[in-house]
Design a protein around this ligand. Structure first.
Ligand SMILES: NC(=O)c1ccc[n+]([C@@H]2O[C@H](COP(=O)([O-])OP(=O)(O)OC[C@H]3O[C@@H](n4cnc5c(N)ncnc54)[C@H](O)[C@@H]3O)[C@@H](O)[C@H]2O)c1
Length: 373
């Protein structure tokens, strides 16, 4: 549905009230369209991030929301900012500022803010409503959709969390004008992944057709591609909200990506750059293990190039990645499982891949796309 300046997709996760994913090029619709006022909240709280001051400013001015300082929480940067240790002072601030069961928490930021704010909302007073205002492409197409909220502990990333759906998502796409290149890659890699697992092929075709305009923050092409991508993820989540099976297809490329991140101590690459390399590996493995037609494999690898998604192996060896995969939290009994494609749009999860097959695909990737960044 589209009305002046705002496009809306209704998402209906099982076990939760349906909610709207709204995209606009400004903030005006957030209040004037009644998105916040429809919630009839007793009070509104904002969780955002240090470093996003100009976005916070534009949000407060543009939305017309008057928030006293005690109702605004600004977390730090990076994964440390969503460590369980930061929660105590945040809970205390919100309680001292008078949060009650009818309050609304707004999460303004990327996935780090959204995951943490969602976890706070899921647990404070045993649950208050929250809404996502994603400001990165990854947050818009991935972390704000699906209801997974989590914090990190010393034992691992996202190890403590909940399934907790927002009451709405509002994406002001113009904010992406300030997004650094590495963060675009993070979002685009997930959008490409959504295109790979979508059955009709329409999503990937549209994505490819609009490639030249995708990185223009307020373009209609970006808006359409974001809505397509959200619909793919939401469609999978609706069938398996608690990840008992099918939702695993969203991990396409991620087993390898997590190993790349772990082998480089989460310092060398953004998540998207690791996912992108993992997707290239999965295309080669899908051809070798599940018979993805070679022509289709080549076409999809070429599409990655057109989105400027990295496909090289960054000088890492297959042996070290396999070693890191053994310790991945999704690995069962030391044997990594992969999502592979039988055809584009037909992902199969829980696939075994032998060490030799992985090594072979990784060597081919290094030969064809380079072993160094
Ligand atoms: N819940 C889920 O289903 C899910 C899915 C995928 C990822 N995640 C989580 O999301 C997190 C990653 O999210 P992310 O990629 O958005 O990273 P992020 O939240 O760390 O944001 C990346 C950087 O971009 C900055 N930023 C945000 N918006 C900006 C803008 N408009 N202009 C300029 N800079 C901006 C941030 O301050 C930060 O420095 C991880 O913690 C990951 O675990 C969750």
């Amino acid at each position: 549905m589209s009305e002046a300046g705002v496009s809306t997709l209704t998402l209906a996760p099982p076990g939760a009230a349906p909610y709207e994913f709204e995209v606009s090029t400004g903030w005006n619709r957030l209040l004037s369209a009644g998105t916040i006022s429809r919630c009839k909240a007793s009070s509104v709280f904002l969780i955002t991030q240090l470093g996003l001051e100009s976005i916070e400013d534009s949000f407060l001015k543009g939305s017309g929301l008057a928030l006293p300082p005690e109702r605004i929480v600004r977390i730090g940067q990076g994964e440390a900012a969503k460590h369980i240790n930061v929660l105590g002072p945040i809970f205390n601030q919100l309680i001292r500022a008078g949060i009650d069961r009818n309050s609304l928490i707004l999460a303004l930021g990327g996935g780090v803010v959204g995951d943490l704010a969602g976890f706070v909302a899921a647990t404070i007073l045993r649950g208050v409503r929250f809404a996502q205002l994603p400001t990165t492409l990854l947050a818009a197409v991935d972390s704000s959709v699906g209801g997974k909220v989590a914090v990190n502990v010393d034992g691992g990333k996202n190890m403590v969390g909940a399934f907790y759906q927002p009451v709405f998502v509002y994406f002001n796409q113009s904010l992406l004008a300030s997004l650094p290149e590495s963060e675009w890659i993070c979002g685009l890699a997930e959008m490409f992944k959504h295109g790979l697992i979508e059955e009709s092929g329409r999503v990937l075709t549209n994505l490819r057709a609009s490639v030249g305009r995708l990185r223009t923050a307020d373009s209609p092409e970006l808006r359409a591609a974001v809505l397509d991508s959200v619909a793919v993820k939401a469609g999978v989540v609706e069938q398996d909200v608690r990840e008992n099976g099918l939702r695993a297809v969203l991990n396409l490329g991620h087993t390898t990506a997590h190993a790349i991140e772990s082998a480089t101590a989460h310092r060398r690459f953004s998540h998207g750059a690791a996912v992108s390399r993992g997707l290239a590996t999965m295309l080669l493995l899908s051809r070798d293990v599940l018979g993805l037609p070679p022509g289709e494999t080549e076409d999809l690898l070429a599409a990655m190039e057109s989105f400027a998604l990295p496909r090289d192996t960054a000088g890492l060896s297959a042996a070290e990645l396999l070693e890191h995969m053994r310790f991945d939290k999704k690995t069962v009994a030391g044997v990594p499982k992969f999502v592979l494609l039988e055809r584009r749009g037909r992902p199969i999860f829980g696939q075994d891949v032998s060490e030799e097959q992985f090594q072979q695909a990784w060597s081919e990737q290094a030969e064809r796309f380079g072993a160094h960044e």
